[in-house]
Design a binder for this molecule. Sequence first.
Ligand code: SAM
Ligand code: SF4
Length: 405
Amino acid sequence: MSESAGRHGPPHRAAAETACVLPWIHLCASIDGVYGRCCVDDSMYHNALYDESEEPVFALNDDAIGCSPGSRYAKDNPDRVMGLEEAFNSPNMKRTRLAMLNGERVAACQYCYFREDHAAQSYRQNVNRRFAQEFDLEALAARTAADGTVEEFPFFLDIRFGNTCNLRCVMCTYPVSSSWGAKQRPKWSSAVIDPYRADEELWTTLRENAHLIRRLYFAGGEPFLQPGHFAMLELLVETGNAGNVDIAYNSNLTVSPERAMKLFPHFKSVGIGASCDGVGEVFEFIRAGGKWADFVANLRLLRSEVDVWLQVSPQRHNLWDLRNVLEFARAEGLEVDLANVVQWPADFSVTSLPADEKARATEELTDLIAWCTELGWDKPAVHLGALRSFMNSLDPISLVDEGAS
Ligand SMILES: C[S@@+](CC[C@H](N)C(=O)[O-])C[C@H]1O[C@@H](n2cnc3c(N)ncnc32)[C@H](O)[C@@H]1O
Ligand code: SF4
């Protein structure tokens, strides 16, 4: 940053309602090579392109951060091809920081604001809570140049090293899962997408900044099947930096985690949100191609070594199985996270239930909340309360109009 850029002044008082710590400390890189403010950045997703029968122009959304050299977008957006560092201080990222500090809502962050407006927990609220001690609003403003630049390398990275996945979960799609791709990809695109594996500039940047990385989040696709994920872990081990790094995952835990387990002892901490959307048959219905028995075996293997919790995506298909998931978690001594409520596909959302079923579901959720509260099990009680409010705060039409179209 040049001296003449100066520093940003104090945050606007409305910034508490609009700002998110992530654009200051974090960068996401999507499965198909678009950079994002985080993984729910609305500008990062261009899924409609993959519905075209003929290969379309891969035009980036105006408010997208930019794209990586190995992505399909690079050819059609040559002026917006960039590496990690340039993406972190791209014009749209700088505008985002300034708008947030100024108390303005950012269009790309509508997924979070929408949830907050409808009584659900947002990613913005969760990360702001998690990093509150180190990065309050004053600290964010102090890190920001007058033009929105932040000099520090983003210490928290979420790079989706491709879409390779063994499952075809009912609420997932192509390009997120290569198994969905094998069934529904357009003829001009390949089932497997991996824009980062051969991106030499990316690997050089990661190597040069390995000492600054403190936190990684892996999803995908299925991280335990991604070559790039293993290369990233190995890079941190080889450079002697793994001990500084906390890793978090979402994994379907239906493939063997043994290769990753050999690397885990080098890291500061490892946490795995094991995606579990039901028990037994419900699990196998939602997580199409997965076996409940494999999931349970991998879960028990991993939990002896690292922190594991159940990550549930509440939706119409599992609303009546949440009790079984909670009882399974209780029996295994595991924590449960139910905050990631499915909004898309809209007809899978609990908000799309007819009124009489919502009334019955409200009773079921109220009963589950009372049970958790009696046990002093706060996290699921809070998440179930938010789920109940979210379900009842919207009718199906308003969800399609406002959130999921
Ligand atoms: C896309 S997956 C990738 C990681 C890994 N394959 C897995 O399933 O955990 C990350 C998380 O997103 C959730 N997910 C999948 N489709 C979703 C949807 N339509 N809405 C909300 N969450 C979804 C999954 O259940 C999982 O917990
Ligand atoms: S396991 Fe994860 S990436 Fe694969 S299909 Fe299911 S939700 Fe999608």
